[in-house]
Design a protein around this ligand. Sequence first.
Ligand SMILES: C[S@@+](CC[C@H](N)C(=O)[O-])C[C@H]1O[C@@H](n2cnc3c(N)ncnc32)[C@H](O)[C@@H]1O
Length: 207
Amino acid sequence: MLKHLAGERVAEVTHREYGYMLRLNLERLMLSLGNSLERLRMAGLTGGGETVVDMFAGVGQFSIPVAVLATPRKIFSVEINPEAYRYLVLNTRLNRVEDIVEPILGDCREVVEERLQGVADRVIMGYLMGTMEALPQALKTLRRDVGGVIHFHELVRRSEEEGFVEELLGRVESEGYEARLLRWRKVKSYSRTRNHIVVDFLAVRGG
Ligand SMILES: C[S@@+](CC[C@H](N)C(=O)[O-])C[C@H]1O[C@@H](n2cnc3c(N)ncnc32)[C@H](O)[C@@H]1O
């Protein structure tokens, strides 16, 4: 929640970092500076020629850095909020990555079911407080033959991270996939009791 204290009231800002820019209305949408290293890390992990599905794309917080700094073939960027989607389209143009990023307006769970099954080498689930609800669709969007990597974000009570990771991998297996943990890391401290963490794991459909 932002409160204007003094000076000119500027709602729309253009944030620049690591060679890309993100424009948004800060009074209505979110951009966490605490996630900036994670944005850079995503770009560093994405391999050449990959297809990426960004399920909770926002204004392009992950899609844009990956498109600008890495060499993916395609990024499908799904966003449900029309205002965030409008900025996602704008940021795609501002950063000149229209040939890589395809913004899609809609609920990622429906969009995957309808048109993105079996396409992804990598899935970014940059959402907090309920990411698990979209896990079945994240798995369905992975390539059927070799599977792929999922980056799963969530808020977890401090010191309960290991238990959460175990539970998450158990859920993946109960969906009929083999899961291998690559790593998990703390993105930032979120509140007095909770951390924002990201879990990277490989998932492949079980035989
Ligand atoms: C907390 S923001 C995070 C944006 C970006 N992924 C990041 O981590 O910086 C989450 C975004 O997911 C969008 N969202 C929430 N539920 C969604 C859904 N079911 N399908 C697509 N987008 C959704 C919200 O509108 C919001 O823009």
